[in-house]
Ligand binder design. Structure first.
Ligand code: IMP
Ligand code: MG
Length: 178
């Protein structure tokens, strides 16, 4: 059967979700005014979300860094319990507040493994998670998302940084295939 593509979340709605998330995070950061906050984008899916969100963060001392890893090979997951770390953090996050920025949480394993890895190897002061989207709600209750944009049905999505077999990341809206 041939897959069909559907428009799922328009860019205008994404912008509204991000404005609300930024307000929430800015409120939270009021208690950390004198601290460096390290925002860590989880590449590559985070690219558009990271830049759109960070432009709205109102804090005097922000550092941006990235982790580049893969959990999928094409549309196929590698495994729930492993990831390929292609590029590690450059900034020293020891004793710093780290906020991970991810595009979509599915099983939750990727962020669980990544945050465990960072906590164990780099001793940050604290770790928070912000995700634009979350699907598969019943399967990832072990992962606490501190700032969540929107919950969605369990569909494979692409566009706005997310890929379908490495393509379509540049699309401003989010689509799904069925
Ligand atoms: P998880 O480990 O199952 O939570 O998946 C984490 C990562 O897989 C996300 O940060 C995405 O980069 C990628 N991913 C999960 N679902 C999708 C999807 O529907 N489309 C594209 N990438 C996805
Ligand atoms: Mg991702």
């Amino acid at each position: 059967m041939k897959n069909t593509t559907h428009l799922f979340i328009k860019n205008q709605e994404i912008e509204e979700i991000i404005s609300n998330l930024a307000n929430e995070i800015n409120l939270f950061l009021k208690n950390y005014q004198n601290e460096t906050i390290v925002f860590v984008g989880v590449l590559k899916g985070c690219i558009f979300f990271f830049t759109d969100l960070l432009k709205k963060i109102d804090h005097p001392d922000v550092v941006c860094d990235f982790l580049y890893l893969t959990t999928y090979s094409g549309r196929k997951k590698i495994s729930n319990h492993e990831f390929n770390l292609l590029c590690d953090l450059k900034y020293n996050v020891k004793d710093k507040m780290v906020i991970f920025v991810d595009d979509v949480v599915d099983t939750g394993w990727c962020l669980k493994l990544v945050t465990d890895y960072i906590i164990k190897t780099k001793q940050p002061k604290d770790v928070k998670i912000v995700s634009l989207l979350r699907k598969n709600l019943d399967n990832n209750t072990f992962l606490k998302i501190d700032f969540l944009g929107k919950t969605i049905e369990n569909k494979f999505i692409f566009g706005y940084g997310l890929d379908l077999d490495e393509k379509y990341r540049n699309l401003p809206d989010i689509y799904y295939v069925d």
